[in-house]
Design a binder for this molecule. Structure first.
Ligand code: GLU
Length: 507
C-alpha cells in the first residue's frame, strides 16, 4: 500500500516570514492537498539562542491570513506531537547515543577556547576558517582521540561535551532531488557537525532527521539554502533508520531580488515588502513591512508566490487556490532562481481586486477608510463605490484615494482646471442643472446624463466642456469613474450640494 503523503514546514521561530518561507509553505500545502495528504507545521526551536518572542505566533497568523492552515501543529494538535522541538528534547539523546555505539558519532569535550585555538593554529590563506573535520579530529579532545577510560572518566565527572557526527572520508553521498535530479557530495568536504549540544538540545541536523522519521514524513521540501546540509542528513538517515525510509526531498530555488538573493534590504531600498505581514523585531523595534499591510489580497499573494518558480506549462497566470491544488506538480518547479518583480506582484493583486466581489473587499476597504477618519459608511453605498472603482486599484489603500470622495465632500478643488474657462454661460448651465436635478423623477445614470446633455444643447454648450467642471465639483480633481455614476451613488442631495459649493467658491 502507498504510504499516506505527509509533508512538513519546519520553521525556526527567529523572525518574520519572508516571501521564500511562505512559498515553501505554499508548495508543501499544495502538494499535500493534491495528494490527499497531511500538512504539518513543526516548530524547530532547538537553537534557544536564536529564539525570538512572537515569531511563532507570527508564523501561524501568516498561515491563517494566507488560508494555508496546517492539519497538524502546535495550534492544530495531531497524533504526532509535540510539534515544538524544544518539547521533544528528551527524545533525541538516545539516537545520538545509538550513533556513538555504532561508531558513527563521538563525544567531544573541547572547550570554546580549545576550538578557538584550533582555528588559529590551522588557519591558512587557502583555508581561513578551518573546520572540525577528519583532518583535525584526532588532534582534539574527543572519544576518538582519548582512550576509553579517559572518556569514561570525563563522562562520569559530568564534563561538558557535545556529540559530533564522524563524517566518513572520500565517500560520495548521493540523492535524487525531485527538482534537481541527481545531486552528489564529497563527504570529505563536510565537517563533523554537532548533533547534540552541551545543554542536551539536539542541533537542527539531528532533530530534523529524527522528527521527519517519527512524524512519518514522506516528502521534505525546503529552500535551496539547506542543500549543503543534505549529506549530513542522508548519513543520519542511513545510520539511524535506513535510506529506504528517507523522505523524498526537493530543494526550492532561491527567490532573487534586483541584485542577487532577495533580501530585507532590497525591500527597504526599493520600497516593496518582502515579509508576509508586518513584523516588528522585538529587540530593535525595527518594522519590516508586510504584503498584507501593503494592501495585497491573500488570494493574490498566494497566486503570485505559486508562480515564483512554478507554472502549469501554459501561459496561464491567474489561479485560484483550488486550481493550484489541481494543477500543482513538483516536476514543474524550476531549479533556477525565480526573479521577484514587484510591478508584476501588483499586477496580480490588481487582477484579483478586479475579479473580487465588492462584498468580499468591503471590510478591508472599510478599515482603511476608518483609518483615514471616514466612519459610519453605509454598506450598500460602499459596495456600489467599490464596484465602480475597483478596476482602478492595484493595492487596497488605492481605494481610499479612489473612493474617499464619496464619503467626504472635497475640501479643496483643482480649480486651476476650471477657472480659466469658467464663464457666465457655464454658471447658468449649472444653475439650470441644479433645478433640473432637483426635480428629476428618477435618479439614475441614463436620466442624469440625458438631462445634462439636453440642457447643454439647449444652451449651445458642448457637454465635453461641462463634464470637467462637473467632475471637479463632485470629486475635487481630474480623476475617478464616470461622473454620472458618481452622482448616482452620491445621491441627489449631495450632488446638488457639491455643485453649489464649487459655484460659490468660483464666484
Ligand atoms: N528549521 C529549518 C528552517 O528554519 C528547516 C529546514 C528544513 O525544512 O529541513 O528553515
Amino acid at each position: 500500500m502507498e504510504k499516506k503523503v505527509r509533508v512538513r514546514f519546519a520553521p525556526s521561530p527567529t523572525g518574520g516570514l519572508h516571501l521564500g518561507g511562505v512559498r515553501t509553505v505554499l508548495y508543501n500545502y499544495l502538494f499535500a492537498r493534491r495528494h490527499g495528504g497531511d500538512f504539518i507545521v513543526r516548530i524547530e526551536d532547538t537553537d534557544q539562542g536564536r529564539f525570538v518572542a512572537g515569531a511563532e505566533e507570527y508564523i501561524f497568523d501568516t498561515l491563517r491570513w494566507c488560508g494555508l492552515e496546517p492539519d497538524e501543529s502546535v495550534q492544530h494538535g495531531g497524533a504526532f506531537g509535540p510539534y515544538r522541538q524544544s518539547e521533544r528534547k528528551e527524545s533525541y539523546r538516545q539516537y545520538a547515543e545509538q550513533l556513538i555505539r555504532d561508531g558513527y558519532a563521538y563525544y567531544a569535550f573541547d572547550t570554546p577556547e580549545d576550538l578557538e585555538k584550533m582555528r588559529q593554529e590551522n588557519k591558512t590563506s587557502e583555508n581561513p576558517s578551518p573546520q572540525y573535520d577528519h583532518s583535525i579530529r584526532m588532534k582534539m579532545r574527543n572519544s576518538l582521540s582519548l582512550s576509553v577510560d579517559e572518556t569514561k572518566q570525563l563522562l562520569d565527572a559530568g564534563t561538558r561535551h557535545v556529540i559530533r557526527i564522524k563524517m566518513p572520508e572520500h565517500e560520495t553521498i548521493r540523492f535524487t532531488d525531485m527538482i534537481r535530479g541527481e545531486v552528489s557530495f564529497d563527504s570529505s568536504t563536510v565537517d563533523d557537525k554537532v548533533l547534540l549540544k552541551a545543554d542536551g538540545m539536539p542541533t537542527y541536523h539531528l532533530a530534523v532527521v529524527v522528527d521527519d522519521h517519527l512524524m512519518q514524513i514522506t516528502h521534505a521540501f525546503r529552500g535551496e539554502e539547506w542543500l549543503p546540509s543534505a549529506p549530513v542528513h542522508i548519513l543520519l538517515w542511513k545510520y539511524l533508520f535506513g535510506l529506504d525510509q528517507m523522505p523524498q526531498w526537493a530543494h526550492f530555488p532561491l527567490i532573487l531580488g534586483p541584485s542577487g538573493k532577495l533580501s530585507k534590504r532590497d525591500g527597504a531600498k526599493y520600497g516593496f515588502p518582502v515579509f508576509a505581514m508586518n513584523w516588528t523585531d522585538p529587540k530593535t523595534g525595527e518594522l519590516t513591512e508586510g504584503f498584507k499591510e501593503k494592501g495585497f489580497l491573500p488570494e493574490a499573494f498566494i497566486n503570485l508566490l505559486a508562480l515564483l518558480g512554478w507554472n502549469d506549462g501554459t501561459e496561464k497566470e491567474l489561479f485560484t487556490r483550488e486550481e493550484l491544488i489541481e494543477k500543482f506538480s513538483m516536476d514543474r518547479v524550476h531549479s533556477a532562481g525565480a526573479k521577484f518583480d514587484y510591478e508584476k506582484a501588483k499586477w496580480f493583486n490588481h487582477e484579483w481586486i478586479k475579479q473580487s466581489e465588492a462584498g468580499s473587499l468591503e471590510s478591508g476597504v472599510r478599515s482603511l477608510l476608518a483609518a483615514n477618519g471616514l466612519d459610519n459608511i453605509n454598506s450598500e453605498q460602499l459596495q456600489q463605490a467599490i464596484t465602480l472603482v475597483k478596476d482602478r486599484c492595484n493595492l487596497l489603500p488605492d481605494f481610499v484615494q479612489q473612493l474617499g470622495f464619496f464619503f467626504v465632500a472635497p475640501a479643496q478643488w483643482d480649480t486651476d482646471a476650471v477657472k480659466p474657462k469658467w464663464n457666465e454661460a457655464k454658471k447658468l448651465f449649472f444653475a439650470e442643472l441644479i433645478r433640473n436635478y432637483e426635480l428629476a423623477a428618477v435618479w439614475d445614470v441614463v436620466t442624469l446624463e440625458n438631462n445634462f446633455k439636453e440642457i447643454a444643447a439647449a444652451n449651445d454648450l458642448k457637454p465635453g466642456e461641462l463634464m470637467l467642471p462637473f467632475r471637479i465639483m463632485l470629486v475635487g480633481g481630474k480623476f475617478g469613474p464616470g461622473v454620472f455614476d458618481i452622482a448616482v451613488i452620491l445621491g441627489r442631495e449631495e450632488t446638488i450640494e457639491r455643485i453649489h459649493k464649487l459655484i460659490k467658491n468660483l464666484n
